[in-house]
Design a protein around this ligand. Structure first.
Ligand code: NAG
Ligand code: NAG
Ligand code: NAG
Ligand code: NAG
Ligand code: NAG
Ligand code: NAG
Ligand code: NAG
Ligand code: NAG
Ligand code: NAG
Length: 282
């Protein structure tokens, strides 16, 4: 038995070494199809002005979140940036990530009037349409990006899948309950390897909207196949989640332990009624 566990660990380790799932950078661009701006237009200079100021405004915000508008319609550009909730000790990493996301948007979606860029440490959304007006839209899918590790977690697929679902659902609830950041980091050691997860919403969402946003993107993407993968991430402008086999965040203090229901219901018997004989001497 111990031999099998060790063998399993070696297989997982080899999987890591050869497939390097954690080094797979998954910077995700989603280019809007609403139209292009032209070189040297007012739109381009408005976008450039946001690229100059939004990075530092994001990292200097206590919530690592900023929105901004540059110019006037029809050349106005609306933008939002958010850094991952645990990036609190190296604010340069936050501003550099947002600056790089602007840059990357021009490589991946050249001249697109709108785009979303999802990097490890931050996300950026900009558009010529005023998505900042009114209440945040937690039901849009146009900016959805998903990325799943090709490697499958060993073990009974339906058990693993339900443990991963439990982990993601609970992480989402912790994130929604975080009044200040709408961010949570967690870990679960129920599967063959410890899994680490995070969930985050833009901090301007209510707890209710955050929960709803995460519930929707999980509902639409976490299925029998994806829930057994050794990592994945799904993002829209207003919320996102991610899980990996490596601790990809630095949030030590608030990291929560997830106990999946499979570890609670069948494994732990219901507390027996008090017996007349005291067995504690066993
Ligand atoms: C925008 O530009 C890209 C490439 O520069 C092109 O492929 C795309 O068709 C253009 N879109 C529109 C709506 O003009
Ligand atoms: C845009 O401006 C640059 C620098 O001023 C110039 O080299 C380029 O030809 C211009 N492009 C267009 C399409 O006007
Ligand atoms: C950045 O913050 C400064 C100071 O609060 C503000 O004046 C400026 O408009 C902000 N710019 C953007 C793009 O958010
Ligand atoms: C902070 O982040 C920047 C950009 O990612 C990096 O170059 C720098 O080494 C980091 N500094 C520390 C102290 O980790
Ligand atoms: C953006 O890209 C340009 C050219 O590709 C490069 O010179 C510049 O350093 C980049 N800026 C950032 C913040 O990555
Ligand atoms: C949110 O976005 C979706 C898809 O773009 C759109 O159908 C819906 O009307 C929007 N909801 C609100 C409240 O703006
Ligand atoms: C967004 O995706 C969800 C889940 O996949 C789906 O139920 C919903 O109808 C989609 N909404 C829009 C506006 O496309
Ligand atoms: C599960 O979701 C993935 C990604 O959204 C999709 O490609 C795949 O077809 C889905 N599989 C099943 C069994 O629904
Ligand atoms: C059983 O023994 C333990 C330790 O000696 C004691 O704390 C506990 O109260 C006892 N319980 C009963 C039901 O006698």
């Amino acid at each position: 038995m111990a031999m099998m566990v060790m063998l399993l660990q070696i297989i997982i380790l080899l999987g890591f070494l050869f497939m390097s799932p954690w080094s797979a950078t998954a910077i995700g661009p989603v280019c809007d199809k609403e139209g292009n701006f032209t070189a040297n237009s007012t739109y381009q200079s408005n976008l450039a002005s946001l690229a100059g100021t939004l990075p530092s405004n994001t990292s200097s915000s206590s919530q690592l979140f900023a929105t901004a508008t540059a110019g006037q319609p029809p050349s106005a550009v609306y933008a939002l940036a958010l850094c991952r909730g645990d990036i609190t000790t190296n604010l340069t990493a936050c501003s550099a990530c947002v600056a790089n996301a602007f840059n990357y948007s021009q490589q991946a979606c050249s001249f697109a009037r709108g785009a979303a860029v999802y990097d490890d440490d931050c996300l950026l959304r900009f558009s010529g349409a005023d998505f900042l007006a009114g209440p945040p839209n937690v039901t849009e899918n146009a900016t959805l990006f998903e990325f799943w590790n090709d490697v499958t977690i060993p073990g009974d697929a339906s058990l693993v899948g339900s443990d991963v679902r439990d982990m993601l659902t609970q992480t989402a609830q912790f994130a929604a309950a975080d009044e200040r950041r709408r961010f949570a980091a967690a870990f679960m050691d129920a599967t063959a390897t410890t899994l680490y997860s995070m969930a985050q919403c833009t901090p301007d969402l209510s707890a209710e909207d955050c929960r709803e946003c995460l519930r929707r993107i999980m509902g639409g993407t976490v299925n029998a196949t994806t829930s057994t993968r050794l990592g994945g991430r799904v993002l829209v402008t207003r919320c996102n989640f991610r899980f990996e086999a490596n601790r990809f965040f630095s949030d030590d203090q608030s990291m929560q332990r997830i106990t999946p229901s499979s570890a609670i219901s069948p494994a732990t018997p219901v507390p027996a009624p008090a017996l007349a004989t005291n067995k504690s001497s066993m």
